[in-house]
Design a protein around this ligand. Structure first.
Ligand code: SAM
Length: 230
């Protein structure tokens, strides 16, 4: 996933904007819903915020407060930095997060959680709620034509193909997975959930050590779905 996003950086916003390879894609209501998600993120109270896996900063620039944005891809960071000049954009890894306990009031992440395999997922949520009191996750909504998860084969402008693991969520499933949370957005294309450390701790009972992440699972050959989705 890391090399794929580094290679995709320059064309990544085609997905948000419906340009390039996405121009022909049938996505009713997409632009309106992108605007709603942006408005929802702008409506969050100003806070000390960490945007994990910020990509090109498409949403980062709408987060209010003292914002730090992190991504593993140097090209993504190079695009996001001038686009979100009020934020400190750094290159780094999301699991583990290179920040101290409680350094942020809110951890925000968009279209990153749904790419994580089970061991990475649990570790990421534990990390996010270690460095922040609240976790806001924006991700892809499950529609009747989408499965809960799939391995996709994605094509880039240069013709290269990449295997990417991708999940689609109902708001209820995502909230439950994050240990309980409030639904901030529930649409045809996107879901957004706000979870908090206190509620998750109460739901989980006595603390346990998070499992260390395994290496990426190999994609089963029968489950490869051709796709150029975001
Ligand atoms: C689908 S993009 C989402 C970008 C942005 N948040 C958005 O919604 O437009 C996934 C991003 O995750 C980043 N990424 C993947 N694995 C990462 C990791 N282990 N640590 C930090 N960033 C990672 C990629 O470089 C890419 O920018």
């Amino acid at each position: 996933m890391r090399a794929y996003y580094e290679r995709r950086a320059a064309e990544y916003d085609d997905w948000w904007r419906g340009t390039g390879l996405f121009a022909e894609r049938e996505r009713p209501g997409w632009s309106e819903e992108v605007r709603e998600v942006i408005d929802g993120m702008r409506a969050l109270s100003p806070a000390r915020v960490l945007d994990v896996a910020c990509g090109t900063g498409f949403l980062t620039r709408h987060l209010r407060g003292d914002v730090v944005a992190l991504d593993q891809s140097p090209r993504m960071v190079a695009i996001a930095s001038p686009r979100a000049p009020a934020a400190r954009v750094v290159r780094g890894d999301a699991v583990p997060l290179p920040f101290a306990d409680g350094e942020f009031e809110r951890v925000f992440t968009s279209h990153f959680y749904g790419h994580l395999l089970p061991p990475e997922r649990a570790w990421f949520v534990a990390e996010a709620l270690r460095v922040g009191a609240e976790l806001v996750v924006v991700d892809s909504a499950r529609r009747p034509d989408t499965p809960a998860e799939q391995w996709q084969v994605r094509r880039l402008n240069d013709g290269s193909r990449h295997r990417v693991y991708k999940r689609f969520f109902t708001p209820e499933e995502l909230a439950a997975e994050l240990g309980g949370g409030s639904v901030l957005h529930a649409g045809r294309w996107f879901v957004a959930i706000a979870a908090c450390r206190r509620r998750r701790a109460a739901a989980a009972g006595p603390p346990q050590s998070p499992a260390a992440p395994a290496t990426m699972l190999a994609a089963p050959a029968h489950a490869m779905i051709p796709s150029i989705s975001g």
